[in-house]
Design a protein around this ligand. Sequence first.
Ligand code: FAD
Ligand code: 2HG
Ligand code: ZN
Length: 459
Amino acid sequence: MTAAGAPDELTSVLRQIVGAEHLLTDPDLRAGYEVDWTRRFHGPCDAVVRPADTGEVAAVLGACTAAGAVVIPQGGNTGLVGGSVPGPAQGGRRVVVLSTRRLRAIGPIDDVVGQVTVGAGVTLAELEEAVAVTPWRVGVDLGARESATIGGMVATNAGGTRVVRHGMMRDNVGGVEAVLADGTVLSHLGGLLKDNTGYDIASLLCGSEGTLAVLTAVRMRLVPKDDERCVAWIGCGSWNDAVAVATSCRLRLRSLDGIEAVDAAAQRVVAEALQLSPPVEGTIGLLVALTVDGGPQLDTLAALAGERPVAVALDGPGASSLWERRDRVTEAIATTGVPHKLDVSVPLPAIPPFTAALPAVVTAAAPGAAVYVFGHLGDGNLHVNVVGPAPEEDAVDDAILRLVAANGGSISAEHGIGRAKQRWLHLSRSPEELRTFRAIKAALDPAGTLNPGAGPVLP
Ligand code: FAD
Ligand code: 2HG
Ligand code: ZN
C-alpha cells in the first residue's frame, strides 16, 4: 500500500482525466517508458499517463500531488543520465510517468521575428520540418532529433552541435508555458526580446530536468537559414593539435556553426558498427561546420588545415556523409554494450592534460574497459564513453568526474544530472548553491511530486 491510499483510486482519477486509452497500466505497454535510452537506468511505475493538453496536464499533476504520488515527466526518452525514467525505488510512493508526446501543436510561424510556439511534445525533427518552408530554422541541433522533444530539450537545456554559433537551448527560448506540481498553469509566451518584468521563469526551467514544473509549450526563437553549408574533416595529430586548430577556426572563420572532435577509438567503432570509414588519416578527427558566402572562407579553411589531411564538402550528400561520421557515434557505441556516459566540460587549455591522464585513470578503475572520447570541442565539451563495467558499478564514473574537477571542469556539460550524477554534484556546485536549489524546489514543489531523486536537487 502506498501514500496514495487505495491502489486504484489514483488510477481511476487519472483515467477519467485522460481517457482509458491514454492511461497505461499493462506492464508490456509501460515497459518502454521504464528504461532509458542507454539501458543503464530503469525503474517501475504504476502507470503511464498521456495527457492531450495543458488542462489535462494540470489535472493530472493536481491529482498526483493530492495523492502523494511521484510524477516523472518524460518527452522523447532520449536523455542520457537516467532522469526521464523512474528510479528503482521511489520511497514507496506511487509512481506515474507523465508522457508529453501528445502535446504536439505547432502554432503559426511568425515570419517577421522568426518565432513559433510549439507543444512540449513536438520533436526537434517535426519542428525542423514545420519551419523548413520559411527563411528560418531551429538554432539547436542534435543526433536524437527524430525523438527528442522541445520540452525535453528545454528541461535539459540541450546543447548539440551548433552551440558555437547559436548557444544552448536557453538562448533559443523566448518564453514557456508550464504547470506546477499543484496544477497551477504559468504562461508567458509573448516572445518579446526585451521584457524585464521580473524573474525569468523560462530560464529557470531550462536545465530543471523535470523537478520544478512540466513544460507544456515553448516559444522558440528561430535563426536565419544558411545559404550554403560547408563541412570539413581535418585529421589532427593529437588533442593538443586539435585544440590549436579549433582556436584558429574560431578566430578566423566567420559563420562558424560548430567544431566537433572524434578520437581514433570512436572513429573505429563508427567504421566497424556502421561501415563508415574515417574520411582522412589522423588520431583526432576534427569536424568543422560553417556557412560559406564565397571562396575566401574556403581558402582560409585550407590555410588553417595546413599540411594536415582534410576532406571538404559543400552541402548535399558529401557534407551529410562527413556529418554522419560524427552524428552517429552514440549509436555506434551503443552496439558494443551498455555505456557509462560522462558528459563533461573542461577549459580548452585543460583538454590535452585531461585526455592524456584519462587512459590510466580508466584502466585503474575499470581494467580492460573500452574508452571513446568525442564531442563538441569548440565548447570544451567532451563525451567520455566507457564500455565494460557493469551498469550498476560506478568506480569509473567516480574516477573520471574527479579528474574533471581537478582540471577545473564541470561534471555535466549538456546532458544534466539525472539519476546518474547526483552523487558528484558537489564537485561542481557549492553547498550554498545546493541549498538554494533546494529552496527553489521547496517553493515550487513543496510536496516533492516532480522527479524526486533526479536532477540538481539532492534527496
Ligand atoms: P527525456 O529524455 O524524455 O527527458 C529528459 C529530462 O527532461 C528528464 O529529466 C525529464 O523528466 C525532463 N523532461 C522531459 N520533458 C519534459 C517536460 N515537458 N517538462 C519538464 N520536464 C521534462 N543532448 C545534448 O544536449 N546534445 C547532444 O548533442 C545530444 N545528442 C544526443 C544524441 C543521441 C543519439 C541521443 C540518444 C541523445 C542525445 N542527447 C544530446 C541527449 C538528449 O537527446 C537530450 O537531453 C534531449 O534534450 C532530451 O529530450 P527528450 O525529449 O528525449 O527528454
Ligand atoms: C552527442 O554529442 C551527444 O553526440 C551524445 O551529446 C553523447 O553519447 C554521448 O555520450
Ligand atoms: Zn553532445
